[in-house]
Design a protein around this ligand. Structure first.
Ligand code: UD1
Length: 418
């Protein structure tokens, strides 16, 4: 329940990235023994991934802010649908299991609310590395005695496919070159962990990754990269509510494009030793955006920025290039009075001085966060249902909002993340 009107002011901490930690947990499978991850966010996806690893025979210990994963000499190789369907990120076990066990059977995750997400690039790359891959009874079944390095090229710099192929190639025989690889900070984070485990990688952070396969890897300790999408959410919230927020632990260098957009709306952004500060003292000016793979504007911040544009001065056009169905939440935003028209990849937003509170529903994590931000600048009360989506990506979202001065409360009690 969000009562609009407050400005966000104060300091908010940012912990490790959801989109990194799930892949780092999967990467632990690549080495026998205990790996430990820190800056682990208390979000729902982490215990689900932990359960999945436990079913593969790992001993997983979740502590506040950390997870340690003890991987047996021979892990299981089957990831069941009941867990995979709950978090799409679990497909990240496919590459490591195939590389470690010579066989992997992972349920196809199925569709979700932001668009169809096929695995053709994951599978095509594994086949080029020498695997046989079949789809059987809703599972991807991949087999290869040992993968063999080769030249790979992605049609699109897919985050997931880059991760799968990277984690498969580190234990392959010989050299793999992956061109048009994704360059997201979460990929760099994964590369850093793999290097600490003994993987031989070059080109980290660039769109060409060169992997020299090794015989075996060792477990490691690694700190998860801060969540740039959570940090960006707070930055956008500060601007929308004409507030002043210090995002502690946020990496401004990972948010160059969105923070530049916020400056274009009229905000002041200061980089500080332990994060950054975003201030706004007037109604924002509408700003266009185009989502693209990193370092372009992140698709995961598109719903929040559209919420901002819906209360900005002027008209803006948002173009979505990453997920084709990422406008599903726009009907909900319209229920709050936003003037948004979508056509194919584009949305045109005419800014209104104020929105008006209404019951709305969260379709996915980011849409939910965008609707909460919209509720902060709406008259009256916005009641958001299906908030469990938001809990998948934001640690203590309501508590942080309240600490920043927002009038938000949770009506139903959520399960404890751990
Ligand atoms: C990850 C993030 C997600 C983010 C997205 C883009 C996780 C858990 N999720 O998702 O929050 O929005 O990156 O930054 O890290 N595609 C194919 N074939 C494939 C693979 C992808 O067509 O084999 C398409 C997808 O349908 C989508 C586009 O490529 O249209 C980008 O997808 P991808 O970068 O792979 O996103 P995810 O890894 O699924």
């Amino acid at each position: 329940m969000v009562t609009g009107g407050a400005r966000l002011a104060g300091e908010v901490p940012v912990t490790g990235a959801k989109n990194s930690v799930l892949k780092l947990m999967a990467a632990a499978l690549l080495a026998e023994g205990r790996s430990r991850l820190t800056a682990v966010p208390a979000i729902f996806d982490v215990p689900v991934m932990a359960q999945l690893l436990e079913r593969l025979g790992c001993d997983v210990l979740l502590e506040p802010g950390a997870v340690s994963i003890d991987v047996p000499a021979v892990p299981g190789h089957e990831a069941d649908y009941d867990l995979v369907r709950r978090i799409r990120g679990s497909i990240a076990v496919l590459g490591p299991l195939l590389a470690r066990c010579g066989e992997a059977k992972v349920a196809l995750p199925g569709g979700d609310a932001i668009g169809s997400r096929p695995l053709d690039m994951h599978i095509g790359g594994l086949v080029k590395l020498g695997a046989t891959v079949d789809i059987e009874h809703g599972y991807v079944v991949a087999r290869a005695r040992r993968l063999v390095g080769t030249q790979l090229w992605l049609d699109f710099p897919s985050v997931g496919a880059t991760e799968t192929l990277l984690m498969a190639a580190v234990l392959a025989e010989g050299t793999t070159t992956l061109d048009n690889a994704a360059r997201e900070p979460e990929i760099v984070d994964l590369c850093t962990m793999l290097q600490q485990m003994g993987a031989q990688l070059e080109g980290v952070g660039s769109s060409t990754l060169v992997v020299e396969g090794v015989e075996g890897l060792r477990p490691t300790a690694h700190e998860t990269v801060p969540d740039r999408i959570v940090a960006g959410t707070w930055a956008i919230g500060a601007v929308m509510t004409q507030g002043d927020v210090r995002v502690r632990g946020g990496r401004a260098d990972h948010l160059a494009t969105p923070l530049d957009k916020l400056v274009q709306t009229g905000a002041v952004v200061d980089v500080e030793p332990d994060g950054f500060r975003v201030r706004m003292d007037r109604r924002p000016t509408a700003v266009d955006l185009v989502t693209l793979p990193y370092p372009g504007f992140p698709t995961d911040l598109q719903p929040m920025f559209l919420a901002l544009d819906s209360v900005a001065e002027g008209t803006a056009m948002a173009t979505e290039n990453v997920f084709e169905s990422r406008w599903m939440y726009v009907d909900e935003l319209r229920r709050l009075g936003a003037d948004v028209r979508t056509d194919g990849h584009h949305a045109v937003v005419r800014g209104r001085a104020r929105l008006s509170g209404a019951p709305v529903r969260a379709h996915d994590i980011r849409a939910g966060a965008g609707l909460v931000l919209a509720g902060l600048v709406a008259d009256g009360v916005t009641e958001l249902s299906d908030v469990h989506h938001v809990d998948r990506g934001y640690e203590g979202f309501v508590e942080s909002l309240v600490a920043l001065g927002a009038d938000v409360r949770r009506e139903t009690v959520a399960d404890e993340p751990y």
